[in-house]
Design a protein around this ligand. Structure first.
Ligand SMILES: Cc1cc2nc3c(=O)[nH]c(=O)nc-3n(C[C@H](O)[C@H](O)[C@H](O)COP(=O)(O)O)c2cc1C
Length: 345
């Protein structure tokens, strides 16, 4: 798939997710063959004001791999500055968030609120396009619309493309839906039909397995699929999709031994790339993810949350998996989707 001058070889993109798609997790997904990753959404205002915490979340992928930076805002100057900062750290594209339903974001008329103001959204896209070099595509991620009465995704997407967006991602729910109901493949198909053929359209929402990926592609004609919650603790999905797309045999779900090996890799990356008091929380999150769906995982989650050090938390997971392997516990066949609260972007 081509996004302007960029080539994305596997049509599978890791969804930007606040407090989830940090560099360790993006790296794990890249190592399993995801086609492209994007940072979580970052406030343009905070970046332009020099906020170190926000700037610290704007991280380049390791080993020169391609990546995108997602920004949000509604003022041209900070959006331009933030986009230039993304280019400076080597981003291959700048994505603008026009889908976030969170109250604090919508209250500032940013995120999905921009779907109600296509003219302003267009100005923002034009401003960001003008601020970055011609070889850096500007892309937009949005929802089906504001509410069921205003499902304007096809017109909105065309307006963004007219303003210079070079890829459109659609999460097929409205803002007022939050995460309720299902991502509507019909509206994604309408966007694909409306937008000029050379602009890739990425379908998003509820894809958690190979079958869901195929359904999304067949039902919508989308050029790539973006996966969020289904990837948490399940980077194997990307390996399976990469094999499918390359016409190779399905490597199948991971064994318990493979799960614990990737947990260790994730923790090593957290150790290598992060520091400070948040590290323990990051490790706790990873513990919960990789044990998801295995018998006894809820008790593990609770004990890991009570652990006082990274080493203690990791040891609890090691013991849990060692016991599961020794007892021949069944591997999870179906991973429950992570719940998302209404505040998730
Ligand atoms: C915890 C969480 C954080 C999210 N943060 C972002 C974000 O920073 N930017 C964004 O565009 N979407 C964000 N989203 C929305 C996802 O990118 C995606 O559109 C949504 O989860 C639907 O896809 P899924 O069903 O594959 O998870 C977030 C979702 C979740 C669950």
């Amino acid at each position: 798939m081509k996004v302007g001058p960029i080539t994305i070889t596997s049509p599978v993109i890791l969804a930007p997710m606040a407090a989830v798609t940090d560099l360790p997790f993006r790296t794990v997904c890249e190592e399993f063959g995801v086609g492209f990753t994007i940072t979580e959404f970052l406030s343009a205002h905070a970046l332009a004001a020099g906020d170190p915490k926000t700037a610290g979340k704007m991280t380049a992928s390791l080993n020169g791999r391609q990546f995108g930076v997602q920004i949000f805002g509604r003022e041209e100057a900070p959006m331009q500055k933030a986009a230039q900062m993304a280019v400076d750290i080597g981003a291959s594209l700048v994505d603008i968030n026009m889908g976030c339903p969170a109250k604090r974001v919508v209250a500032g008329e940013c995120g999905s609120a921009l779907m109600r103001e296509p003219a302003i959204a267009q100005q923002l896209v034009r401003a960001v396009v003008a601020a970055v070099p011609a070889h850096i595509p500007v892309t937009v991620k949005h929802r089906a619309g504001w509410n069921p009465a205003n499902r304007n995704a096809p017109e909105f997407a065309c307006a963004m493309v007219e303003a210079g967006a070079q890829m459109i991602t659609v999460h097929g729910r409205t803002r007022t839906q939050g995460f309720a109901g299902k991502s509507d493949h019909g509206i994604i198909a309408e966007v694909r039909a409306a937008v000029p053929r050379h602009i890739p359209v990425v379908g998003n929402g509820d894809v958690v397995d190979v079958e869901g990926f195929m359904r999304m592609r067949e039902n919508t004609g989308c050029d790539a699929v973006m996966i969020g919650r289904g990837a948490m603790g399940n980077p194997w999905l990307f390996a399976r999709l990469a094999a499918l797309n390359a016409g190779q045999p399905d490597p199948g779900p991971p064994t318990l031994e493979q799960r614990i090996a990737v947990f260790r890799r994730h923790v090593a990356l957290i150790d290598q790339l992060k520091n400070g008091p948040r590290m323990l929380n990051e490790v706790r999150k990873a513990c919960a993810w990789y044990a998801r769906g295995i018998e006894g995982c809820n008790a593990l989650r609770i004990s890991v949350w009570a652990a006082k050090t990274v080493a203690d938390a990791a040891q609890l997971v090691e013991s849990f998996f060692a016991e599961c392997i020794a007892n021949g516990n069944a591997e999870p066949t179906e991973l429950p989707i992570e719940p998302a609260d209404g505040e998730a972007a």
